[in-house]
Write a protein that binds this ligand. Structure first.
Ligand SMILES: Nc1ncnc2c1ncn2[C@@H]1O[C@H](COP(=O)(O)OP(=O)(O)O)[C@@H](O)[C@H]1O
Ligand SMILES: [Mg+2]
Length: 397
């Protein structure tokens, strides 16, 4: 019997990965156009759990088989990020590590004379290069040589194509969880423009930037907007949730042990909104070979909300009290800033920071000056906590 992938797995095998045929074709065709000397940059957007990472991994695997060097860089995997010390330097270091890893996977020997010469031309003296597991690693990241090393790493993808083009059909660099780049704060814009200065002259390297961003996310404007670092050169592609029909076919094909009544399936779709993460997690938790009607879907949904909302419960407990309170004012309606402030009994100016922070984390969005919480599972979890415990799970309580 087929099984649904776990909600946290992004390396899906062919039995697990479903559909996305058009997205794959569209993106693959674009990426391939880089062979002819016009490398595209793509911004892949879509809400958390919709399947962006799984899609990138799928594309990576397909192109690896066709002799493309595809480097997948997940910004959230950087040590510095996990330690709360995210910086430009940590992005560059991570890029370097992932490029080297992929070269190894590909069978490119980066220890040869060519590489040595390349390192020299970047004026990074070999004294500063040590070797870890056979790879030269620039380890002296002093302020002074950071710039040189960053240039070296940014130039590296095109260099690899030029030097090893007998083996490589093209080079793709995929950045995932790119929204984390916002943590650079004041340096964000500078860094984006810095990246662009390299990317735009690389004819055989294509870049995909992806992350869980709402369509209103200011980062999208800063990257792909008309005044953004990549201006009109970047194509934005939004990955959408599965449609009602796709979800139905998916479950019939891959999870036939889920026996929905008609209104049961409607309720299931209403709870999961066609987002593969919720479909899979909820689908794996539901009782098998039992008739699932609308009522039992509702009950199970409430029961499993803490698991379904796990991305958000994590974020919730990292918020400060004011941020948490703002969210609880938005559970039923969208509100203007002044109305949120009134409910919290503070001035409108007093919640500016919190609103920005919540927006940056994608927990709220704003449209026509009205703030709202875009994620229904997060809303449902908070309401359910309140229903069961009589209070919201605030920081101080
Ligand atoms: N094409 C797909 N077919 C089946 N399941 C999928 C697919 N894409 C995503 N999923 C499921 O959804 C989960 C979340 O996907 P992920 O790629 O991590 O989302 P995102 O990166 O957009 O936040 C995966 O772990 C997997 O269980
Ligand atoms: Mg992802």
């Amino acid at each position: 019997m087929n099984e649904l992938a776990w909600g946290t797995n992004i390396d899906l095998d062919d039995n697990q990965f479903y559909n996305r045929i058009e997205d794959i074709k569209f993106i693959s065709d674009l990426l391939k156009s880089g062979q002819y000397g016009t490398s595209p940059s793509i911004l892949l957007t879509g809400i958390r759990g919709v399947g962006k990472s799984a899609l990138m991994k799928k594309i990576q695997n397909e192109f690896r088989n066709e002799k493309y060097l595809v480097v997948y860089i997940d910004l959230s995997s950087s040590n510095a990020y996990q330690m709360g010390e995210f910086s430009r330097k940590s992005v560059i270091e991570l890029m370097y590590d992932e490029i080297m890893k992929e070269c190894k996977e590909f069978g490119i020997n980066t220890e040869d004379k060519k590489m040595e010469k390349y390192i020299r031309t970047h004026d990074i003296t070999l004294k500063e290069i040590t070797s870890i597991k056979g790879y030269p690693v620039p380890f002296l990241w002093t302020e002074e040589n950071y710039k040189k090393l960053a240039n070296f790493v940014m130039d590296l993808p095109q260099y690899l194509y030029d030097e090893y083009d007998m083996y490589i059909n093209g080079v793709f660099i995929f950045f995932d969880e790119f929204q984390i780049i916002k943590e650079l704060g004041d340096q964000l814009n500078d860094f984006l423009w810095y990246m662009r200065s390299f990317i735009q002259k690389q004819n055989n390297v294509s870049y995909i930037f992806s992350g869980s961003m709402g369509i209103k996310d200011r980062l999208i404007e800063e990257i792909a907007g008309s005044n953004g670092a990549f201006g009109g050169r970047m194509l934005t592609i939004e990955i959408k949730p599965f449609s009602f029909e796709t979800t139905k076919e998916y479950l019939q094909e891959r999870a036939d042990y889920l026996k929905f009544s008609e209104d049961g399936f409607e309720q299931f779709y209403n709870c999961t909104k066609g987002i593969p993460f919720y479909i899979n997690v909820f689908g794996n938790l539901l009782p098998k070979n039992t008739l699932l009607d609308s009522q039992s879907i509702k009950e199970n949904f409430n029961k499993f909300l803490p698991v379904l909302a796990m991305h958000f419960t994590g974020s919730w407990f990292k918020l400060n009290l004011q941020e948490q309170k703002i969210l609880t004012t938005l559970l039923d309606d969208s509100l203007k800033r002044s109305d949120i402030a009134k409910k919290l009994e503070v001035t409108s100016g007093g919640i500016g920071r919190s609103l920005n922070n919540l927006q940056d984390k994608g927990l709220i969005e704003m449209e026509n000056n009205m703030y709202y919480m875009p994620n229904s599972v997060f809303r449902a979890w908070l309401k359910n906590e309140y229903r069961i415990k009589g209070v919201f799970p605030y920081k101080s309580i």
